[in-house]
Design a protein around this ligand. Structure first.
Ligand code: NAD
Length: 449
């Protein structure tokens, strides 16, 4: 966790730092878990040996870092006050990991490009777009030369640009596979937006392509790097509020233009589920570290609404986990914004409302206390979620680590979303094979900001 965080009481103890052995064990378990899923689908390359070989092959690509030492400042206030923290220690631009961003849409222009201003290990070096004029305008805004603007047709020429180490894919979902495969073949590491793909088969091909090219693949699950959600996970797993029992979560928003790609099945893969319901699915898995063993789902679309001719409006589903935790999840595409969860535990609950926005997250923690209840509004120092996530990818490239949210994590969500749709279609619950271990599809924990 961020050492700057501020808590208003000492509800739980600090999570112990993991030893190198424990991290190695987790990586092994993660690789083994991926093998279990992959085995049934004939994806034998996903094993620990391949991962180690992969890691070794990429380690020599970068010169050793010689960053300037951090600047230390004396504290200004008493130790009882909220800690200001030490100044950031960014890498000099020449030592940062260079990114090409593919797709100049809403997410790129509003969130990702501005986030580079807050990155400490990452820099923007190229843009890929189908609209040359837009690309040149954005290049000027961010200080890039015209030669750093590529089209989709000459995307493969990124191979010849050594400044580009990572390609960040921010395209409609069905295009993620093609640009991951071509990007890996061009020798670049891949950071890919969620949902990873439009099917588990596509996600597996993406993993295989990156393995074959000895490149890293990370799925951009920003919530898994965000301080409040990481704090919720820490508290849930600490046992300070007893065992987790029930999760309730919704991600709802009001879709506009029926002609946008999100409303087209071929481009989006589905409706509210893969776009925003994925947050409910992925965050529940992230908080618990377990994988569901049973899913029951239903979908609904308002008849005649042009937005939902091809994709579902609502998706509701329940999941049961091996520990007995049950989760009640909802994705809605025609409601006012509502993005929250509450995890109910034996002696308290944790609520994030909103939970999934880019900014303004709020956390409440309730704890049974004698005959009453204590409710705490916990306040942490917010971070730019995109900068934190991008810098994690850079940290993995610089230090040759597996990302915390690798392709296997995205593949597991694709498999579960397919089970959700199948349950809705067939009107019955779907059983899933138990996945051993905790955080079975994740890499080593990201380092604190
Ligand atoms: P967008 O529609 O605003 O941008 C998509 C970009 O892809 C545009 O620049 C468009 O020109 C380009 N494009 C290329 N071929 C296209 C085609 N055939 N049809 C439509 N567009 C095409 O979308 P967005 O909101 O930026 O989403 C892009 C990706 O980012 C999606 O995978 C989405 O799920 C993901 N996303 C993630 C978050 C998050 O918080 N992590 C938030 C929003 C979007």
């Amino acid at each position: 966790m961020n050492s700057n965080e501020h808590t208003t009481n000492s509800l739980v103890e600090t999570q112990p730092t993991l030893s190198a052995d424990e991290l190695t064990r987790r990586r092994f378990l993660g690789a083994a878990g991926a093998t279990a899923i992959a085995a049934g689908a004939g994806l034998g390359a996903l094993d620990a040996t391949a991962e180690v070989a992969n890691a070794q092959a990429t380690s020599s690509a970068r010169a050793p870092l010689q960053p300037p030492p951090p600047v230390r400042l004396p504290p200004l206030s008493t130790p009882t006050e909220k800690a200001e923290g030490q100044p950031p220690a960014p890498l000099p631009p020449s030592q940062r990991v260079g990114y090409a961003i593919v797709g100049l849409g809403h997410l790129t222009l509003n969130e990702i490009l501005p986030a580079f201003g807050e990155c400490k290990m990452s820099r923007l070096v190229a843009l890929v777009t189908g609209e040359r004029e837009k690309g040149l305008t954005v290049a000027r805004q961010y200080g890039l030369e015209a030669s750093a603007v590529y089209s989709y047709a000459d995307y493969d020429r990124l191979r010849d640009n050594p400044a580009v180490e990572v390609i960040y894919i921010v395209l409609p979902n069905s295009m993620h596979e093609e640009y991951t495969v071509r990007g890996a073949k061009a020798g670049k590491h891949i950071l890919c937006e969620k949902p990873m793909a439009t099917s588990s088969a596509s996600a597996k091909r993406m993993i295989q392509a990156c393995q074959a090219a000895n490149r890293k693949l990370m799925i951009a699950y920003r919530i898994q790097y965000e301080p409040y959600n990481r704090e919720a996970r820490r508290i849930i797993r600490s046992g300070a509020l007893g065992k987790a029992k029930l999760m309730e979560t919704i991600n709802g928003q009001a879709q506009g233009d029926p002609n946008q790609w999100r409303q087209k099945k071929a481009l989006a893969g589905g409706g509210s589920l893969p776009d925003i319901g994925l947050y409910c699915l992925n965050t529940t898995r992230f908080l618990l570290g377990e994988e569901p063993i049973e899913i029951m789902a239903s979908t609904y679309s308002t008849p005649g609404d042009p937005r939902f001719k091809e994709v579902e409006e609502n998706c509701l589903w329940q999941m049961r986990f091996p520990s007995g935790v049950q989760a009640n999840c909802a994705a809605a595409y025609a409601t006012h914004n509502s993005k929250r969860y509450r995890m109910h535990l034996e002696t308290g609950w944790i609520e994030m409302s909103p939970a999934y926005f880019y900014t303004g997250l709020r956390m409440e923690i309730a704890r049974a206390e004698g005959k009453s209840e204590r409710i705490e509004n916990r306040q942490l120092n917010p971070e730019n979620q995109f900068a934190t996530e991008i810098d994690h990818m850079s940290d993995c490239v610089i230090h040759n680590k597996t990302p915390f949210t690798p392709g296997e994590e995205g593949l597991q969500d694709q498999i579960l979303m397919e089970a959700i749709y199948r349950s809705a279609r067939e009107g019955k619950s779907i059983s899933l094979a138990p996945v051993p271990g905790r955080d079975a599809f994740r890499g080593p924990e990201p380092k604190a900001g």
